[in-house]
Design a protein around this ligand. Structure first.
Ligand code: NAI
Ligand code: MG
Length: 353
């Protein structure tokens, strides 16, 4: 029996609704496998916790998490009561950085049974591999001269180590997919970091002669996501470019409520963190309207990372069966509740045994 210790942080808002839904699906996956088990440890770290304790997580929170195999997170945010930069930097980004989760993987795929907002969607199936530790999101810079002469500098940081790491992961993923990697660049406009990015990409390419490649400027690439997303397989991007592209990826799938993500520590020295793309959605929280699919697809990504790819595929198929049967939450044009969608996915999954 392989048993995994998972730290569960439901967070705020709909996180508290969709995380329990996804845990049910993971329990069912373990039951199907027979040799897989999970031990869940729940942590109440959230904006509510902040209002009570003055911080998003306790000061020894990182060392507590360190002993777990993986972290499964919903979303944090109560923007009316706690400023977003406090909730994001105090928990989410803190964990990503301290646990050296340097790569962020976000797939986007036209699911069976879903209507994309694209008018004539082709059958796309792509994954964006985003650098998650440096790039444009650096803490280097500053502001000077308050007032009319004010000036701000924000330095983008690109190291060979982190750039090679994220690119190598993109090529490794492409081996098991369609065998193509696209580099998101902008070396025509950004004259130091992006030519460096291109050089590192060319170097990594030579180690993977069987993978075909292309390099496309980010502006054109964003347009291609709308015009012809079916041409892509794996896209490797810097922190900012990847952030923007993956929201677009969620949008062309049909709803941000279905988009999954994984923050990976590829060296497996620290736990990785699995969390959907969406936030805590305070506008619909507590009403049973939240789409659990983003969180459940995220659970599938955790199964993949733990080495249970076959069961992961069954989970995705059960999601698609549910959509095809028309069991959809309101964001997808349906009227099913969170628990009805979850139950349907469980039924389809258990029927596949
Ligand atoms: P959001 O993703 O929470 O919501 C955007 C829109 O999408 C809303 O209309 C919401 O109802 C809808 N939506 C999101 N997920 C859905 C789901 N599963 N089912 C159905 N509809 C869904 O983004 P927003 O409104 O910008 O942020 C709300 C809070 O969440 C803020 O405090 C923000 O900082 C936080 N946030 C947290 C993230 C995280 O913890 N990873 C990521 C993004 C935002
Ligand atoms: Mg984003």
């Amino acid at each position: 029996m392989n048993s995994y210790e998972i730290a569960v942080i439901p967070g705020d808002g709909i996180g508290k609704e969709v995380v329990p839904a996804a845990l049910k699906v993971l329990e069912a996956a373990a039951q199907i496998d027979g040799g897989l088990a999970f031990k869940w440890t729940k942590f109440p770290w959230s904006c509510e916790y902040y209002l009570e304790h003055g911080r998003m997580m306790p000061s020894d929170g990182i060392s507590t998490l360190r002993s777990f195999d993986q972290i499964f997170l919903g979303a944090v945010g109560m923007p009316d009561l706690v400023q977003d930069h406090i909730s994001l930097w105090g928990l989410l980004i803190h964990i990503r950085r301290e646990m050296k989760q340097a790569v962020n993987v976000r797939p986007a795929k036209l699911l069976r049974g879903l209507r994309s907002p694209l008018r004539e969607p082709k059958d796309f199936d792509l994954v964006v591999v985003r650098e998650n530790s440096e790039g444009e999101y650096s803490e280097i810079g500053g502001r000077i001269h308050r007032g009319p002469d004010e000036m701000a500098i924000q330095n983008a940081v690109f190291t060979r180590k982190a750039t090679e790491r994220v690119m190598n992961h993109a090529f490794e993923l492409a081996k098991d997919r369609k065998g193509h990697v696209t580099s998101a660049t902008k070396s025509n406009g950004i004259t130091y970091s992006m030519p460096f990015w291109d050089d590192v990409f060319k170097g990594v390419c030579t180690a993977y002669p069987d993978i075909s490649t292309s390099a496309i400027h980010i502006d054109a690439l964003a347009a291609f996501f709308v015009m012809k997303p079916q041409i892509f397989d794996v896209i490797v991007a810097s922190n900012l470019f990847g952030d923007i592209l993956t929201d677009l990826g969620g949008a062309i799938m049909g709803s941000i409520g279905i988009a999954p993500a994984a923050n990976l520590n590829l060296e497996r020295e620290y736990p990785s963190m699995f969390e959907p793309v969406h936030g805590s959605a305070p506008d619909i929280a507590g009403k049973g309207l939240a789409n659990p699919i983003g969180q459940i697809w995220t659970a599938k990504m955790m199964l993949d990372f733990l080495g249970y790819k076959e069961i992961g595929e069954l989970v995705l198929a059960a999601i698609e069966d549910t959509l095809e049967a028309g069991v959809k939450t309101r964001d997808l044009g349906g009227n099913a509740t969170t628990s009805e969608v979850t139950q349907s996915i469980l039924d389809h999954l258990l029927n596949k045994q």
